[in-house]
Design a protein around this ligand. Structure first.
Ligand code: PXG
Length: 289
């Protein structure tokens, strides 16, 4: 595997960064998780835009242009001969001293790792997920806004640990007001009376790129999509529920906090959207070669 670090390529065992990098010391940086399918990078512009927006929000100036970043990412995929890949794009504050002050870090570091993707077991998609609500709440927007895909994922990692201890693979997170926001690494949707509902960004979510793609796919099928604030009760009485994310794609949820959703199997609208999403990933995207 060849890994891009600041304009150079390194073999995996030679790809190293400084222990004084503030990405390591403080989680000071931003990242993206991107997929390529069949030789095409899915929603590359959207991911790059979100990366630069996340960086802007934390006053981090990425030292190369968005076009140069796109080229670096495509070259990384080419050098690794990958067509179906998972790409981790990271920008750290860079090397500084042991203090918090980001002004002590003159140059942000850029890392691009292109790896193969480990897929979730097929049975999750066929049977649907069983998820629970965890006590860990999503960060409030006035702290590190969840819209920023920052390197500091401890909030979600704690939620994930709580879920794993309870024996589930994904967890539902609420904000401090008790409203449903998202899962530890996925956005959430439910279907009720023909309406597809998902939380609006202002409640404190990452505005997922898969989320936005699925909203567009649903609208193409003439399904009404509503972004509104809701509680767990709305999920308990939903007809269908699913999660969206780069890693998970579109995945059905059939049980939440032990309440069976709908008839306990993946719903028809969910299955239609999974189909449409697969088609979209196979037929669109930025060509690698
Ligand atoms: N919410 C959160 C908190 C996320 O971290 C999403 C929603 C979905 O966003 P996208 O843009 O991917 O549709 C994410 C993204 C992993 C992994 O390895 C997690 C994400 C993305 C890629 C890989 O668990 N989370």
């Amino acid at each position: 595997m060849e890994i891009y670090i600041d304009g150079q390529y390194y073999a995996q065992n030679k790809a190293k960064i400084s222990v004084f990098d503030h990405g390591l010391l403080y989680g000071d940086g931003v990242f993206e998780g991107i997929r390529s399918y069949n030789g095409r990078v899915f929603k590359l512009n959207e991911h790059l835009e979100r990366l630069y927006e996340s960086a802007h929000a934390i006053l981090l100036t990425i030292p190369i242009s968005i076009t140069e970043m796109e080229q670096a990412l495509l070259t990384t995929l080419q050098r690794n001969h990958l067509r179906d890949a998972y790409i981790r794009l990271i920008v750290t504050r860079g090397v500084g001293d042991l203090g918090l002050d980001p002004d002590k870090c003159p140059t942000p570091s850029i890392i691009i790792i292109a790896d193969t993707i480990v897929l979730y077991p097929a049975e999750y998609y066929e049977k649907g997920l069983d998820i629970i609500t965890v006590p860990a709440r999503r960060n409030i927007s006035e702290a590190v806004n969840p819209r920023i895909k920052s390197l500091n994922y401890l909030n979600n990692i704690l939620a994930k640990i709580e879920g794993k201890q309870a024996g589930v693979v994904e967890v539902l997170m609420l904000n401090v007001d008790g409203h449903v926001v998202e899962c530890s690494g996925d956005n959430i949707f439910y279907l009720k009376k023909g309406e597809l509902v998902t939380p609006p960004t202002h409640v404190g979510i990452l505005e997922g790129i898969t989320r936005n793609a699925v909203i567009n796919l649903a609208e193409k099928r003439q399904i009404k999509v509503v972004e509104k604030v809701f509680t767990r009760h709305d999920l308990y009485i939903a007809e269908e529920c699913f999660l969206t994310g780069t890693a998970a794609e579109v995945i059905p949820v059939v049980k939440i906090d032990n309440r069976v959703i709908g008839n306990g199997t993946p719903g028809t609208v969910t299955k239609d959207l999974i189909h449409d999403f697969h088609q979209l990933t196979q037929t669109t995207g930025t060509q690698i070669y």
